[in-house]
Design a binder for this molecule. Structure first.
Ligand SMILES: [Zn+2]
Length: 253
């Protein structure tokens, strides 16, 4: 089992060293803004090290959006961040499934995902694998419930889209974790990355609040089993003060 953690972009190597992991996930720009990403000193340091990198794209990105003023900058930001991810030699880049708003048709959001890949394919595709992550909330999300993920995959699967399973999001989104890997693979054919997080909130709460592995509403044994079954690299996005314990717990399994 390959275990890594989400780390601060200004000190990725220090955090990898203190956690004793050889895989990190990071943002390449402020996740709440539209700033163009640049490879600064700390990103260059991780690029030049033996630590492997996964990039998490910024939160402002919503390629499903029916609003041009969100969707168009989202496409641009995704391509820019994929370029930087490639410069870092990243294994892949995680992108949230996104959503449409109340009163809008989720099928149009799915169509926007397909258009994203179609347009990018015209120029040779993304420079790193794109891994779409399931999300916890909203009735009009592209990748909350697995029936929605199935509709999304009908549209994007042929472009080689990958999947990132977040266990907190699945649980809070109303999907049981027993057999979750089997059920996801029946839809996507693959799980490329697992965000292994416990949840502060209850099943189907639609709330996205991560907890350390031993301290949330999900049985940690189930989380360890999901991690093992996935066969995919694991990234912990759990609260900082408990990440070292989370790494130790998984290694002990
Ligand atoms: Zn996640």
């Amino acid at each position: 089992m390959r275990i890594g953690a989400h780390v601060r972009s200004d000190s990725p190597l220090d955090e990898a060293t203190s956690l004793d992991v050889d895989l990190v996930q990071l943002f390449v720009t402020d996740p709440q803004k539209w700033n163009k990403p640049v490879v600064d000193e700390s990103l260059a340091a991780v690029r030049d090290s033996s630590v492997d990198v996964v990039v998490h794209s910024s939160y402002v990105i919503n390629v499903a959006s029916l609003n041009n003023r969100i969707r168009i900058p989202s496409r641009k930001a995704l391509a820019q961040q994929a370029t930087v991810a490639a410069e870092l030699g990243a294994l892949g880049m995680v992108v949230h499934g996104g959503h449409v708003r109340d009163g809008e048709d989720p099928a149009e959001g799915v169509a926007n995902w397909r258009k994203l890949f179609e347009r990018q394919a015209e120029t040779g595709g993304f420079e790193v694998p794109i891994w779409i992550e399931n999300t916890a909330g909203g009735d009009r999300a592209m990748a909350r419930r697995f029936d929605a993920i199935a509709r999304l995959w009908d549209a994007v699967g042929e472009f080689g889209a990958g999947f990132c399973l977040d266990t907190c999001h699945a649980w809070a989104g109303g999907e049981e974790l027993v057999d979750v890997i089997e059920r996801v693979k029946a839809i996507t054919g693959r799980v490329d990355l697992v965000h292994l997080n416990n949840s502060r909130d209850e099943f189907d709460s639609a709330r996205d609040r991560h907890a350390n592995l031993a301290s949330g509403s999900i049985d940690p044994e189930i989380l360890a089993a999901v991690a093992a079954e996935s066969g995919a690299p694991i990234i912990l996005e759990t609260p900082g003060e408990g990440i070292a314990d989370d790494v130790a717990y998984l290694r002990g399994r």
